[in-house]
Design a protein around this ligand. Structure first.
Ligand code: DAT
Ligand code: MG
Length: 139
């Protein structure tokens, strides 16, 4: 497998809680390179593209609202198998049961909200990574 890029987002909960450095530190300690990053407040059009696969699901509207509720940090990370590697670092979607040792498992839990707030997004495939990097960073 050759070197890859992935899109990581530190979501509004992570930024509000001051966990941007913690997320980046874990990515860097694993040996991945941060090759670009920026802070932004996402609008509906960018999120509709990013979360197109979830349109129509019960958590879609709460997810959009949550993701617009404050600034986020978009990061491009690089390395061999970084897509798979970052998903492992992040842990599973539900933070209550995510493995301890992972970002979600160590730092988040179910807060009873309509959408799960779990600190980070990571691309789930090479196709998603390419698409999502274009959404947040252009070509
Ligand atoms: P992931 O972020 O682990 O790739 P996903 O792409 O399936 O998960 O969903 C996007 C986000 O939406 C996820 O990080 C949290 C939220 N979410 C997913 N499934 C949910 C559910 N069943 N109930 C509430 N929120 C959910
Ligand atoms: Mg996903």
């Amino acid at each position: 497998m050759s070197s890859q890029q992935t899109l990581i987002l530190v979501k509004p909960d992570g930024v509000k809680r001051g966990l941007v450095g913690e997320v980046i530190a874990r990515v860097e300690r694993k040996g991945y390179k941060v090759s670009n990053l920026k802070m932004l407040t996402a609008d509906k059009s960018i999120l509709a593209k990013h979360y197109a696969e979830h349109e129509g699901k019960p958590f879609y509207e709460p997810l959009m609202e949550f993701m617009m509720s404050g600034p986020i940090v978009a990061i491009i990370a690089e390395g061999e198998r970084v897509i798979e590697g970052f998903r492992k670092l992040a842990g599973t979607t539900d933070p209550t049961t995510a493995e301890p040792g992972t970002i979600r498992g160590d730092l988040a839990r179910d807060m009873g909200t309509k959408v799960v707030q779990n600190i980070v997004h990571g691309s789930d495939s090479p196709e998603s990574a390419e698409r999502e990097i274009k959404i947040f960073f252009g070509n």
